[in-house]
Design a protein around this ligand. Structure first.
Ligand code: COA
Length: 339
């Protein structure tokens, strides 16, 4: 068995900054309400006059990650693409990135695990590298939320939270020396609880509620094609599941919470991240948050935050890095990395 490691990181966010005050143009809200409840000050929303889409942003982040990995796009053996907001119903974003980057006929797989998408995608890539099936895997998380949010007072509890953006990592095989030194991805732990699927969901359009049916009904009160979130229910479950996933990862590696050098929590809500930070008694320099700038970018959130922390020099050789996420499904998980 091989160990896998991250050899390249990149992220891309659209230029268009939407502040909390900007949102007042569409809905009854306030900067105070949003900051107090979520920690968000602004987010990026795609300007529709630009070329940006979920796949295009994913490709932009991927180019940076591949470049920093010091390899060529032709050295990539497989693509794993995580999103809940693909450009097309089918095919998925993986093949679109493959096309944009003019990559050879390697396999491309899409992962649909919402806010835990990048954790799931990394875990999938890790398994392929561990077995020796692939050497270099491009893992992408990208979301275009802004196109599908209900930007009105009715949709405000959801629409103020979500932002657009993309991140990418190139995973590769550790050398024998690195493996002997205990480096690379140490473990990943994945969970889900489908009985709560409807608590954070977008039900239509889907094969159960197809477009012609929605059009024929012509019902202005129909909100099934906007995301629904039972905020307090999600919040309660998130704090518990985040903690469980981190504890599970630490225990699997015989590590204590004091061993954590950097925690990258999915940027769901600053209050959730602060709760976790307090629970694990981590100092501010051991947790990286950027929700104030980007909001919740779902499958892109963990990888944007990881890339940013790395760019800021907050992650050093041999650091124990913990990634954790929770989201719609419900799904949750963690990845433990010795950098
Ligand atoms: N601006 C102003 N007021 C708003 C608002 C907004 N954007 N959104 C909701 N409100 C109002 C509600 O209408 C409600 O008003 P009322 O008391 O007159 O009925 C009041 O604020 C409280 O709403 P509530 O939904 O109970 O707020 P909350 O304290 O639960 O906070 C969330 C809402 C969404 C911030 C919070 O529940 C949360 O963060 N949940 C977790 C979300 C999450 O992490 N999602 C991603 C998971 S991956």
């Amino acid at each position: 068995m091989y160990n896998s490691k991250i050899i390249g990181l990149g992220y891309y966010v659209p230029e268009n900054v939407v502040t909390n005050n900007d949102l007042k143009e569409f809905m009854d809200t306030s900067d105070e309400w949003i900051q107090e409840r979520t920690g968000i000050k602004e987010r990026r929303w795609i300007d529709t006059s630009t070329e940006d889409t979920t796949a295009v942003m994913g490709a932009k982040a991927a180019r940076i990650a591949i470049d920093r990995a010091g390899i060529s796009k032709d050295d990539i053996d497989f693509i794993v693409f995580a999103t809940l907001s693909p450009d097309m119903y089918f095919p998925g974003g993986g093949v679109q990135v493959q096309d944009i980057l003019e990559m050879p006929t390697i396999g491309a797989l899409d992962v649909r695990n919402q806010c835990s998408g990048f954790i799931y995608a990394m875990s999938v890539a890790d398994q392929f590298i561990k077995t020796g099936m692939y050497k270099n895997i491009l893992v992408i998380g990208s979301e275009n939320h802004s196109g599908g949010l209900e930007k009105s007072t009715r949709g405000r509890n959801v629409s103020v939270i979500f932002g657009d953006g993309a991140g990418a990592a190139v995973l590769s095989r550790c050398s024998d020396e690195e493996k002997a030194a205990g480096k690379g991805i140490l473990s990943s732990h994945l969970h889900s609880e489908g009985k709560h699927a409807k608590e954070l969901a977008l039900e239509g359009p889907s094969t159960k509620r197809w477009v012609p049916e929605i059009i024929a009904a012509n019902n202005p009160d129909d909100v099934s094609y906007y995301p629904y979130m039972n905020g307090q229910f999600v919040f309660k479950h998130a704090v518990g599941r985040f903690s469980e996933a981190i504890i599970e990862g630490l225990q699997a590696n015989n590590l204590k919470k004091e061993a954590i050098d950097m925690l990258i929590p999915h940027q769901a809500n600053l209050r959730i991240a602060q709760f976790i930070q307090k629970k694990f008694q981590l100092s501010d320099d051991k947790v990286h948050n950027n929700i104030h700038k980007y909001g919740n970018t779902t499958a892109a959130s963990v990888i944007i935050a990881l890339t940013e922390a790395w760019e800021l020099g907050k992650i050093k050789d041999n650091d124990l890095v913990v990634l954790a996420a929770f989201g719609s499904g419900f799904t949750w998980g963690s990845v433990i990395i010795r950098w």
